[in-house]
Design a protein around this ligand. Sequence first.
Ligand SMILES: NC(=O)c1ccc[n+]([C@@H]2O[C@H](COP(=O)([O-])OP(=O)(O)OC[C@H]3O[C@@H](n4cnc5c(N)ncnc54)[C@H](O)[C@@H]3O)[C@@H](O)[C@H]2O)c1
Length: 311
Amino acid sequence: MHKISIIGAGMTGATAAHWLAEREFADIVLVDVVEGMPQGKALDLLEAMPIIGKDAEIVGANDYAATEGSDIVIITAGIARKPGMSRDDLLKTNAGIVGTAATESLKHSPDAIFIVLTNPLDTMAYLTLKKTGLPRERVIGQAGILDSARMRAFVALETGVSVENINCYVLGGHGDEMVPLTRHSNIAGVPLKEYLPAEKLEAIVNRTRKGGGEIVNLLKTGSAYYAPAAACAQMAEAILKDKNLIVPCAAYMQGEYGLNDMYFGVPVTLGRGGMKKIIEYKLDDDETAMFNKSAASVKETHEALKNVVEL
Ligand SMILES: NC(=O)c1ccc[n+]([C@@H]2O[C@H](COP(=O)([O-])OP(=O)(O)OC[C@H]3O[C@@H](n4cnc5c(N)ncnc54)[C@H](O)[C@@H]3O)[C@@H](O)[C@H]2O)c1
């Protein structure tokens, strides 16, 4: 069995453990600062294994010793966005939490691949890369799978077609400026633009962009966790099974799409070793303009990070 450690056993971390345990390809360690909580959640999940007929070891801990030798470290520790709170408000608090989670995890798992979820996502992935000094292949942010899944779900609701036939690609930063690529999205090969009237498609794009906020407003406390957690389970599985799965993720840019020294949501190939490749779509003028707007917004948060922590 592989070993996956999840730092932050809150809603997203614990739900990721749940999805991962069901997939039965890794033992799981949940780490959190709250005493007893990760141990309790891990034990509860472990006791579900006989019922669902899966064999996975699941343990909880308040320190990093239990994470020793992990293949993957998933970072979900941090403060969740509250109603009315922008992603950027989270920056300072979460930078301290994620920085420690990354460096402490690396001490115990020098070969691990890091999947970062804590918001503001692109910037927390950037921080993890800088703090650990790892190559970019081993530090990947989760955002695009979730944003694309939201768009796929909305298209399915509108058309009644199976989600399995619906391919959507949402790129860019994980914020309101994200870039749903309608030209590249399709239903069983038929471009979305041909399938749906323009106003319906526009409504879906807008709902996707505000997908996180819609759930925050409904929940009142906390933010989405089922879909984000499922997205990180898919990433972990693709990496550990060397699937060469192409999905949108936040990746460190080194000239791709004309961007440098920043994290940004782009299609990548996930397999053994982490992010194997960034795939470059040919963008038209409108898409390029949206890309640049989103990149400028992410860059701004990266710059803000440099004012609150030493990298
Ligand atoms: N990228 C995405 O798509 C995405 C999706 C969902 C959530 N998130 C982000 O993930 C983070 C967690 O969200 P959540 O809903 O699980 O929140 P949550 O409050 O339920 O869980 C966060 C957990 O982190 C723990 N924690 C705090 N400081 C810690 C530390 N120093 N070490 C270890 N654990 C620590 C808390 O005790 C808590 O249990 C938030 O920043 C949220 O915005 C991102």
